[in-house]
Design a protein around this ligand. Structure first.
Ligand code: EPS
Length: 359
């Protein structure tokens, strides 16, 4: 078994390898009658695409999406939406020395052990290039959520030692596209960018944290036991390449407080039930409570470093590998739209599931 499908009612099946012909997908369960804003979908792909700044991989791809089905006269028909983004700029020879030699901490080893065969070029199926399909499906989900008044914004909140100190309510989140790192604090963003550039010069990589906030989510999304909304968001985020951690609300930070300090107190605001604080992060008992949903996603420094490291080949012979190719010294800036896309797909899926709860 090899599971390439995400979602329950709104579903994406993705296909493709980094150096194959195309990356694409089939989306099923997308509601009919949604006006498809092609410019918006392309903008989302542009936020993810390689070669967008000096601190990302230099691979040159336009990443233009071609829709094959499910859209008629600019409107979704409710039929499966097929799409492809054609690969045009593969440098497969860069990977010759990695055909039978494993990059430390990369998927090279486990893929080979599991399947006995692997397309090693550009990381093949394990390449983050697969996330193109998620961004296309996420952009469609965002268009549907927009009609429902639900908005999703992610931003870089940490790169290595550089940390955004305040919480998301203290920043203007409309300004994250004003710098190459996608951090709402412009001064800190400049420091982060310089640091990534320095790391790149060393042939090394660095990790960090992406924060995300979902506004306008109605009450009731999520199932009480195995389909908790935060578990679904965690599943979505942990499926992104290089992700190591997920926390929502105050997450691990809440361990330092007593229950009386941590609880969100209810009160009556002119006949409406309201909360004085939102430490729960918009989800209680696995179900959305109508407050902002916020969470953090930790990314490790990506495995491919352009410096010598000891490793082994497929037969277990010890050797030294110096990886080649065009790689991201830090995936955070390009992962911001991917986090948003996975959140959008999850929220739309859980919105549709919630419609099956009562008559
Ligand atoms: C091309 C993308 O990212 C790629 C992800 C990647 C890897 O090992 O994951 C290796 C590189 O591939 P290549 O050597 O072909 O340039 C990256 O550039 C993309 O995300 O669009």
């Amino acid at each position: 078994m090899y599971n390439n499908t995400f979602g329950n009612l709104f579903r994406l099946t993705s296909f493709g390898e980094s150096h194959g012909k195309a990356i694409g997908g089939v989306i099923d369960g997308f509601p009919a009658g949604i006006v498809i804003d092609m410019d918006f979908i392309q903008q989302e792909l542009n936020r993810r695409r390689p070669g967008q700044s000096a601190i990302t991989t230099a691979r040159k791809e336009a990443d233009e999406v071609e829709f094959l089905s499910g859209i008629y006269e600019g409107v979704s028909t409710g039929c499966p939406i097929g799409f492809a983004v054609w690969n045009t700029n593969q440098h497969s020879n860069d990977y010759d020395n990695m055909k039978d030699v494993y990059r430390p901490s990369h998927a090279d080893y486990t893929y080979t052990e599991k399947y006995g065969i692997r397309d090693h070029r550009g990381g093949g199926r394990s390449s983050a290039r697969e996330t193109i399909a998620r961004v296309v499906a996420g952009a469609l989900a965002k268009l549907a959520l927009r009609q429902l008044g639900i908005q999703i914004t992610a931003f870089t909140s940490q790169v290595g030692p550089y940390i955004l100190e305040k919480d998301y309510t203290q920043y203007d989140l409309t300004r994250i596209e004003e710098n190459s790192v996608r951090c709402p604090d412009q001064e800190l963003a400049a420091k982060m960018a310089d640091y990534i550039y320095k790391i790149k010069g060393e042939g090394n990589t660095i990790g960090g944290v992406i924060s995300c906030v979902i506004k306008g989510c109605p009450i009731g999304l999520g199932q009480p036991v195995f389909g908790k909304l935060h578990a679904a968001l965690g599943n979505a985020m942990l499926s992104i390449n290089a992700v190591k951690g997920f926390e929502y609300g105050q997450g691990f930070g809440s361990m330092e407080q007593k229950g009386s300090e941590q609880n969100d107190i209810f009160y009556n605001e002119n006949g409406k039930i309201a909360l004085r604080t939102n430490r729960s992060g918009g989800i209680q008992g696995g179900i959305s409570n109508g407050e902002d949903i916020y969470f953090r996603v930790a990314f490790k420094p990506v495995a491919t470093v352009l410096m010598e490291q000891p490793t082994v080949d497929r037969l277990g012979n010890e050797t030294i590998l110096k990886a080649r190719g065009r790689h991201d010294p830090c995936v955070l800036p390009r992962a911001v739209p991917i986090v948003e896309a996975m959140a959008a797909m999850t929220i739309l899926d859980y919105y549709l599931l919630n419609k099956t709860t009562r008559l």
